[in-house]
Design a protein around this ligand. Structure first.
Ligand code: A3P
Length: 298
């Protein structure tokens, strides 16, 4: 399925037609989850692939054999993408089933009515998401043209992006932490600052406690440099007509605060204003929000 120039609009949100059809999006929002499933949910560029790697490694007690042999999109397929159903059918006994999604909570929430999968929601400083997403648009031929950074910046703040508005996505999922005791919210920044504790938190949430040596092995194999060199996770298996590796790397920088290399002072002020307005009804307190408060950034 090429459809590189096709965009699907589903419930008012744009999805790349290369990976999504109306049918598979419909199937996703009615997916029969099982209580044993692990669902990784995120807005794009928030550390999704990193959490996929961490979960795979936790499940194999730090042994990298599986994560170095099977592509991430096969071991943790995106629920809303067209190839998900055949992958899950081909491996009905894998336990736990690890599934990924970029769908907003308001679309996927009804699918949780009869089951309680373990949900890990990963979020990231939206300024770094914006910059990472901008660079990704340049290399991913299934996404719309990035345009200038200023154009991309405006589209991001207005929510005119594939997978919708960052603000709605984060508010929708994180507001569920109050009622869903099967939801763990973790941030990219927490993983960057203390990977050891982040792995421990995720492994205890998954009820898969690890020995210290196993945690250290997980840390080794999900470091930025290990993942950058692992072709099962660095997307170099994807052909150049779909992801143009001459225009950038999926495993780009892996840093926090990279927005500072791109944002002008004016853009930063504007971002702060929009952030405050859009997030005023959100009780979310996270590492990056606190950091940005200290720096008077948000
Ligand atoms: P950058 O573009 O800022 O480098 P996603 O998987 O949600 O698409 O997110 C991709 C972002 O996560 C990219 O950010 C990528 O480099 C970063 N990333 C992936 N694995 C990482 C790791 N092990 N350590 C730090 N950052 C990582």
């Amino acid at each position: 399925m090429a459809r590189l120039d096709v965009m699907e609009t589903f419930h008012g949100i744009m999805f790349p037609g290369h990976l999504h059809t109306q049918d598979c999006l419909q199937l996703a929002i009615r997916f029969p989850f099982q209580d044993t499933d692990v669902l990784i949910a995120s807005y794009p560029k928030s550390g999704t692939t990193w959490v996929q790697e961490i979960v795979t490694l936790i499940c194999s007690k730090g042994d990298p054999q599986f994560s170095q042999a099977i592509p991430n999109w096969t071991r943790a397929p995106w629920l809303e993408q067209y190839y998900c159903a055949p992958i899950l059918e081909a491996s009905p006994t894998s336990s736990p089933r690890v599934i990924t999604t970029h769908l907003p909570h308001h679309l996927l929430g009804p699918a949780f009515q009869d089951s309680k999968p373990k949900v890990i929601y990963v979020s990231r400083n939206p300024k770094d998401v914006l910059v990472s997403y901008y660079h990704f648009h340049k290399m991913a031929n299934f996404l719309p043209e990035a345009g200038t950074f200023q154009e991309f910046f405006s589209n991001f703040l207005e929510g005119k992006m594939c997978y919708g508005s960052w603000f709605d996505h984060v508010k929708g999922w994180t507001s569920q932490t109050v009622t869903m005791n099967n939801l763990l919210h973790i941030t990219y920044e927490e993983m960057s600052q203390n990977l050891h504790d982040a792995i421990k938190r995720i492994s205890s949430f998954l009820q898969c406690p690890l020995l210290e040596e196993e945690i250290n092995n997980c840390m080794k194999h999900c470091s930025f440099s290990s993942m950058r060199d692992n072709k099962m996770v660095n997307y170099t298996l994807v052909p150049a007509e779909i992801m143009d590796h001459s225009k950038g790397s999926f495993m780009r920088k892996g840093k926090t605060g990279d927005w500072k290399t791109m944002f002008t002072d004016e853009q930063n002020q504007h971002f702060k204003h929009v952030y405050r307005t859009r997030m005023q009804d959100c009780s979310l307190k996270s590492v990056w929000a606190e950091q940005d408060e200290e720096e008077c950034v948000c």
